[in-house]
Design a protein around this ligand. Structure first.
Ligand SMILES: [Zn+2]
Length: 101
């Protein structure tokens, strides 16, 4: 049993079970996605629909649904925290960060 299903069954709600299934599917997609990046088969970078982009949305859902237990999902968390992943290179995020401290 994977960690997503473990948490889903520990929470015990329908929402948690559904989310854990989506997270498990995302995990597999992410592993394959990273493997393809590593061997250079995606040499133009990631598209909008890649698993990197999903990570942050799924992490937010996981925190909302699983609460503190979401932090056990280190794979998901680390991908969600890596905002500047290969997909984000060149995506305009540098425009709004210039507040004088
Ligand atoms: Zn990607």
């Amino acid at each position: 049993m994977n960690p997503y299903m473990l948490i889903g069954s520990a929470i015990g709600t329908v929402e948690a079970a559904a989310l854990s299934q989506r997270l498990a599917a995302w995990h597999d997609a992410m592993v394959m996605h990273e493997r393809r990046l590593r061997v250079g088969r995606i040499n133009h970078g990631c598209g909008d629909e890649c698993a990197h982009g999903e990570a942050r949305a799924l992490w937010a859902e996981a925190v909302a649904t699983f609460g503190r237990r979401a932090h056990d999902l280190s794979f998901l968390r680390s991908r969600a925290m890596t905002v500047a992943g290969p997909c984000e290179s060149g995506a305009g995020s540098a425009s709004s960060g210039l507040s004088p401290a």
